[in-house]
Design a protein around this ligand. Sequence first.
Ligand SMILES: *Cc1c(COP(=O)(O)O)cnc(C)c1O
Length: 430
Amino acid sequence: MKYYSTNNPNHKVDLKEAVIKGLAPDQGLYMPEKIPVLAEEFYATLHTLTFKEIGYKVIGALFSEDLSDEQIKTLVDHTLDFDAPLVAVEKDVFALELFHGPTLAFKDFGARFCSKLMSMLQDKHGIKVLVATSGDTGSAVANGFLDVEGVEVVILYPSGKVSELQEKQFTTLGKNIKAIEINGVFDDCQKLVKEAFLDPELNSKLLLTSANSINIARWIPQCLYYFYAYSRLPKENKKLVFSVPSGNFGNLAAGILAERMGLPIDMFIAATNVNKVVPDFLNGSAFLPKPSKQTISNSMDVGNPSNFFRLLALFGGDEDKLKEKVKGCYYSDESTKEAMVEVKQETGYTMDPHGAVAYLGLKAFMKEYPSAYQGIFLETAHPGKFRNTVEEALGEKLILPERLAAFMQGEKQVDTMENDYLQFREYLLK
Ligand SMILES: *Cc1c(COP(=O)(O)O)cnc(C)c1O
C-alpha cells in the first residue's frame, strides 16, 4: 500500500516512510491510497469475534501488503491489550469507554500501535522519538513505547507547567524513556524539537522521528474500537450515530475510516468545546483556524485542528458529502458541568468533561429523531484524570483507579535543561 499526501495526491510513499516521517515534506497528511471495504460476511459475524479477532481482520485488510500475518498479530495483540467496554447509560445511549489502557485515555491505543510498528520498521541502529508535551501526549507516548526494542523516547516538557499526575506518568518509567524538564514554556519545548528535526548534521547521525497524532501509525488503529463498539451493540432495527469529543479530529477521522470500510454508521457528531472551528465550518462558515481558548475539556483546546484535511480527504475533498455525514456542535464549560451532574444524578454514571461534551451533542441530535437511532458517545479519558473539575462539579470525591494511584508512588527521574538548542543537541548525540 502506498500513502499519499493530502497536499499532493501524486506524492506517494511506502508504509515505512509514512510512519518514520510522520508528516509529508509538503506538510500534508499521509492517507492510504485505497480504503479496503470488508466483506459482508465479516460484518455478519462481527458480534461473534473478540476485539483482537476484529483487529486482525481490519488491520490485515489495511496492512497485509506490507506486513506478515505474524507481524499483524503482534501489533494487534500489543495494541488491544485492554478492553473498551460499551456501557448502557440511558435507553439507546451508550458510552464507549476508551480509558482502560495504561494512561487512562484513548491515546493509549494509537501510541501502543505506533510504538510497535516503528520498532518493526526501524533499521538496526534504532530510532529516537522526540516529543514535546504539555501533558497528555507525553504520558501516552511514554507508556506506549516503554520497553519497545530499538526505540528510545525523549520527552521535553515545560518545568512546573504540567500537572503532578501527568509528570509522574512520563518521568517515573526509566528504561528507554528519557524526560527533560525545560526551563521554559511548552512552545520552547516544541521549538527545540523542531530545530532538531531541521538540523541536517544531527539527522545524518541519528534516526529521529516524532510520534504526534498526525502519524498514520497513531491515527489508523483508532478505527478498531468503532468496529468493536458496533459488534457489542444490542441488536435493534435502528440507525447508528457516534458522537466524538474532538480537538485535532484524529479520533473522528478514524471513525469515518471505519465507515468507509463498510461499517454501517449512519451519522457522526463532531462535538467540541468553545474551540469550534470545525463545527463552524460544518454549519456553513469557512475553515478559519483561531488561537485556542482554555476550557475544562482541555485536551480539546485546539484552534487549528491538524486532521481537518484528513476529514475532507475521506470524502474525496467533497465538502458537501462531509457535511451530510458529520454534524457539528459545541458546548460551554457551564453546559458541560451541568450534563455531568445531571447524568450522575439520573443514571449514576460519571462522565469526564470530554465525554460530557460528546454526550450533549448526541442527545441534541437524537432528540430530533425520536426512537430512530442508537447512539454511542466516546468516553476518551477516565474522569479521575480531571479529578479537580469532576469533583468540584459533582460535589463528591472520586476513587482513583489503582493504575493512576500507582504512578503517584514512582520516583521522578529527569534531566533538567535551559531552553538552549546546543545543549539539547549535545544531549541527543551523547
Ligand atoms: C486528545 C484528546 C481528545 C481529542 O482527540 P482528537 O483525536 O485530537 O480529536 C479528546 N479527549 C481526550 C481526553 C483527549 O486526550
